[in-house]
Design a protein around this ligand. Structure first.
Ligand SMILES: Nc1ncnc2c1ncn2[C@@H]1O[C@H](COP(=O)(O)OP(=O)(O)OP(=O)(O)O)[C@@H](O)[C@H]1O
Length: 277
């Protein structure tokens, strides 16, 4: 899709001047980002940089400490609980451990959200589930038990389940983690293909530079408590910023600290452990 055409409409997800964190701890501040229909957007950053925290902000699991997060034009912090439930129905979230129900077969796992949230007929359920299983290449695995499928297949079943209600926005938490190089490429192309086919938007939280740069329209990079870079993959690839270079080139030495920073809470804990007040 042409990036300019996608941006002529309102964003599906919008963070404006957002700070996010837990209690009085701020993980990220001054976050401005926008996700449009038809786009694949990659949120990248080192371990502990706040990527999952961003995702929790988008789903309204945590509220912004400052600024505003809107999904489908509605502020997730002020919408009613019923409104938030409806917003979440328009989002598909694929968690890293896309926990499947082990007592149900592949078909029933994917059918589950349809049975929970719609009143469509049994024959429509069959067609809809087979269509989504087909999209992830597992139509002929519909009858298998969860114990009979591989880890990579289980992820694809979880993906089929996440898209069965045809969400407008799909949020993926580390979709490439632990995959072999072939599955990695297949998963990346699957995400791109589903985004185009469903004309939805996909947001990926990922460390994987090569795969996400290959399919993303827009990349946001977080670190040091803020947004470090935003742009097309080709723009970021040309950056000479030392943080971005260290991340993209996978260098062990550079501005990204390996050690989690010492906080007052840690020092207090350590003092207690060592028998000091
Ligand atoms: N529920 C929580 N309560 C308090 N602090 C939290 C909570 N969840 C995460 N954090 C802190 O927020 C910071 C960002 O964590 P987050 O999980 O968003 O990072 P991430 O970029 O997704 O990391 P990774 O790539 O390692 O999964 C970390 O310092 C973490 O300790």
């Amino acid at each position: 899709m042409e990036p300019d055409a996608s941006q002529s409409t309102d964003p599906l997800l919008d963070f404006s001047g957002v700070a996010l964190g837990y209690a009085d701890f701020t993980v990220l501040q001054d976050i401005d980002l926008r996700v449009y229909r038809g786009q694949v957007v990659a949120m990248m950053g080192g371990s502990g940089s706040g990527k999952t925290t961003l995702l929790r902000g988008a789903t309204g699991q945590i509220t912004a400490q400052r600024g505003a997060i809107t999904a489908f034009g509605q502020n997730v912090a002020t919408v009613s609980s019923d409104g938030l439930r409806k917003l979440r129905q328009r989002m598909g979230v694929l968690f890293q451990q896309g926990a499947l129900f082990t007592d149900l077969d592949v078909f029933e796992n994917v059918a589950f959200p349809l049975r929970e949230h719609t009143r469509i007929s049994e024959s429509q359920i069959v067609e809809c589930v087979l269509d989504k299983l087909n999209a992830v290449g597992l139509r002929a695995a519909a009858h298998l038990k969860i114990s009979e499928i591989s880890g990579g297949m289980a992820r694809r079943v979880a993906l089929a389940r996440a898209i069965v209600l045809e969400p407008e926005l799909i949020l993926y938490d580390e979709p490439f983690a632990g995959l072999d190089p072939i599955s990695l490429g297949i998963t990346a192309q699957l995400i791109r293909g589903l985004t185009d086919r469903l004309n939805c938007a996909s947001v990926l939280i990922t460390h994987d530079v090569a795969e996400s740069f290959a399919i993303a329209d827009q990349v946001y990079m977080v670190g040091q408590g803020r947004l470090l870079a935003a742009g097309k993959p080709s723009e970021l690839a040309e950056s000479s910023d030392p943080y971005i270079r260290q991340f993209l080139d996978g260098q062990p030495d550079g501005p990204i600290a390996f050690h989690y920073p010492e906080t007052p809470a840690f020092k207090q804990w350590l003092g207690k452990q060592r028998g000091r007040p």
